[in-house]
Design a binder for this molecule. Structure first.
Ligand SMILES: Cc1ncc(COP(=O)(O)O)c(C=O)c1O
Length: 441
């Protein structure tokens, strides 16, 4: 009987997200290997989850709110939306009335709702975070891939964007602007955002500013929210998953554009009520603490972003030292992008025919390098590139060691990575061996 159940074609058109699939496979392998001895481990550069613990004040607040078992407002409880407004004001200089804030079960769901509600096609810069395009496919809507150029460090060039959007049909478009950017680690300057906003204004283009990595920007003073530059056209999404390491809590928020109509707020609220009713009420009450002024959480932001900077710098330099591989330098978040195109001829000769196969080839025996490549990053088949996440270490232990004895010099920082992230360090050696094997006759 079950074989006869017919599945809708738009569901068949998407696959299990590659990062989750590989992440689960590695977790399973490591679990098995804790009981029996295994001959190898993976270099886990595929799954980009914050490696740190949930900050203690947030854990405590969740425990204290277990009895809040009632349903709550679809848009989020007012205490939380007010706390989120205060947080955005303190950190990003945004002046937002709580009525423009909607709380959702992670920003992934909220981005999905924006795709659902807002008319027109979506412009997705590539390489891209792996979550956006399947959501649009699932909604039976369309997107346009806007290829970023390595010679410009994969930064959106306003003139290119202008030309690209000019060529699109339709009266309204939406640009996805992920800043800091997963997977390249690019952080946009205020001037760059102003130029991008100018293009968007000219072409009636809204922006989804996915700022989930904002507070992981290594030089935090360099981060500017698009909401301060293009307030009338920007949806800002952010949440607890990355800077507060609480991805599993499933809580994020969207700030609607400041000229948004009552109709848009109502549209959002009714879709939220229809799809998920409300975000878990205990989590919402706990999150009030996560968004309220708190010295311990501020220290947590400072320490974790420093660790990301140290790990990211070491790893991208290590990748760049491998002949034929060109890696971006991350300025925020916990990813960089590695370009393998210099090795294209060698890869083709060895039967690695496209970017999807690059991922399979890297993870295969004896290299075991887990990455995300190809379609998942919206790459062209002949664009050999890989997203590298640098979070494969025990975050809680590393956090405590950093707090007790922060590295003071560059040499200390190198030593810090070697001591605390050995699996990532040996991943660089594995990459060197992989490239040698690809180049060999
Ligand atoms: C760029 C980007 N946006 C959004 C998300 C989704 O985050 P959330 O846990 O809030 O759904 C992620 C998570 O991996 C991400 O990397």
């Amino acid at each position: 009987m079950t074989n006869k159940i017919l599945v809708e074609p738009h569901v068949d058109a998407i696959t299990m997200p590659e990062n989750l699939r590989i992440g689960l496979m590695i977790a399973e392998h490591r679990k098995k290997c804790s009981n029996i001895s295994c001959s190898f481990d993976y270099h886990g550069f595929a799954f980009g989850q914050s490696p740190f613990h949930v900050p203690a004040p947030l854990q405590k607040a969740l425990a204290e709110n277990v009895d809040n078992g009632h349903y709550s407002a679809a848009e989020g409880i007012l205490e939380l939306r007010s706390a989120i407004a205060g947080f955005n004001n303190r950190h990003f200089g945004l002046d937002v009335d709580p009525s423009r804030i909607i709380v959702g079960p992670g920003t992934k769901d909220l981005i999905h709702i924006i795709f659902d509600i807002v008319q027109g096609g979506v412009v997705i810069p590539s390489p891209s975070w792996i979550g956006y395009s399947p959501q649009i496919t699932l909604l039976d809507k369309h997107f346009h891939t806007f290829h970023l150029k390595p010679e410009f460090g994969y930064r959106i060039q306003p003139d290119d964007l202008d030309e690209f959007i000019s060529g699109l049909e339709g009266d309204q478009h939406t640009l996805l602007l992920n800043n800091p950017h997963n997977p390249t680690g690019v952080v946009y300057s205020k001037n760059e955002l102003e130029s991008i906003a100018e293009v968007c204004r000219r072409h009636n283009t809204l922006v989804i500013a996915d700022e989930i990595y904002a507070l992981t920007t290594y030089e935090i003073g360099n981060f500017t929210s698009m909401g301060t530059i293009y307030p009338e056209g920007t949806f800002i999404t952010n949440g607890l998953s990355k800077d507060r390491s609480a991805g599993g809590y499933r809580l994020g928020s969207v700030i609607l554009p400041d000229e948004c109509s009552e109709k848009l707020i109502e549209a959002f609220t009714k879709v939220a009520a229809t799809v998920y009713t409300n975000v878990s009420t205990p989590t919402q009450y706990a999150a009030v603490t996560a968004y309220s002024p708190n010295k311990e959480i501020e220290e947590y932001f400072r320490i974790t972003r420093e660790i990301h900077r140290i790990m990211g710098t070491f790893m991208s330099e290590g990748f760049n030292e491998v002949d034929g591989v060109n890696a971006t330098t991350p300025h925020g978040g916990f990813y960089f992008f590695a370009d393998f195109n210099e090795l294209k001829n060698d890869l083709m000769r060895k039967g690695v025919k496209n970017s999807n196969e690059l991922g399979h080839s890297l993870i295969s025996h004896p290299h075991h390098i887990a990455t995300v490549t190809g379609d998942a990053c919206l790459l062209e088949p002949d664009d050999y590139g890989a997203r590298i996440a640098f979070v494969d270490y025990n975050g809680k232990e590393v956090f405590e060691r950093f707090r007790a004895n922060p590295p003071k010099t560059m040499a200390d920082e190198v030593e810090f990575v070697k001591q605390n992230a050995p699996r990532m360090v040996t991943g660089i050696a594995a990459l060197k061996a992989y490239v040698e094997s690809i180049k060999s006759k």
